[in-house]
Ligand binder design. Structure first.
Ligand SMILES: Cc1cc2nc3c(=O)[nH]c(=O)nc-3n(C[C@H](O)[C@H](O)[C@H](O)COP(=O)(O)O)c2cc1C
Length: 204
């Protein structure tokens, strides 16, 4: 199985989500994950055609997918669409933004519509909503309560490196004990409540 993750990330945060999605894909035995950043320009169309599934990812900018992903959808896939070369491939999507809500749904809807127009089969999340009861927490899986695709949030004043450190390490309370297994994690001084992980290593 080949799963290609086609994403954009202006400032690196969504790229971290893309990497986490790839990690999740690779955990499935016999499945290869290929990460493709649309900004890199060169697109391996053969690999996309060979893919069993294509997962789209974008930051939400102004309540929309990024211009670069839109440009890829609009300009680059015309030839693929005209022959419905991606028909019956599995499709899914993720989006990251600064606000908890941030109008992320609009980005996922755009991706799902694009997939539908290509005859692809869109797959949403089979997760219960997190952080939606009196016992819930901001560490819960699917804490933003999305089903159409993965929604994630990253603080606008923090670098993607923090996102990385908190995404791949399963820390329920990263700042309480401050015992970072990842040396790239920031200093204790910069480890405060706003650095709580908004990403989970288990988005599947
Ligand atoms: C031009 C622009 C528009 C943005 N619009 C939104 C928005 O509509 N909703 C939101 O929650 N965050 C918005 N943000 C914040 C980004 O979604 C957030 O910083 C995100 O992590 C950026 O991802 P990236 O590092 O992959 O580019 C916007 C940021 C920029 C630069």
């Amino acid at each position: 199985m080949l799963v290609t993750i086609v994403y954009d990330s202006g400032y690196g945060h969504t790229a971290r989500v893309a990497e986490a999605v790839a990690e999740g894909v690779r955990e499935v035995e016999g499945t290869e994950a290929k990460l493709v950043a649309v900004a890199d320009g060169a697109m391996d169309w053969n690999a996309l055609e060979r893919s069993d599934a294509i997962i789209f990812g974008s930051p939400t900018y102004n309540g929309l997918i990024s211009a670069k992903l839109k440009q890829f959808f609009e300009d680059s896939t015309k030839a693929v669409w005209s022959e419905l070369k991606w028909r019956n491939k599995i499709a899914a999507g993720f989006t990251n933004s600064g606000a908890q809500h941030g109008d992320k749904l609009n980005s996922l809807v755009s991706m799902a519509l694009f997939a539908a127009q290509h005859g692809m089969i869109w797959v949403g999340l089979d997760l219960m909503p997190g952080n939606s009861s009196s016992t819930g927490s901001t560490d819960d899986l699917n804490r933003l309560g999305s089903w159409l695709g993965v929604m994630t949030q990253s603080n606008v004043d923090q670098a993607p490196e923090i996102t990385r450190a908190t995404s791949v390490v399963a820390w329920p309370r990263p700042c309480a004990g401050f015992n970072p297994p990842d040396p790239s994690f920031p200093t204790k001084e910069s480890c405060h409540e706003t650095a709580l992980p908004r990403y989970s290593p288990a988005w599947r």
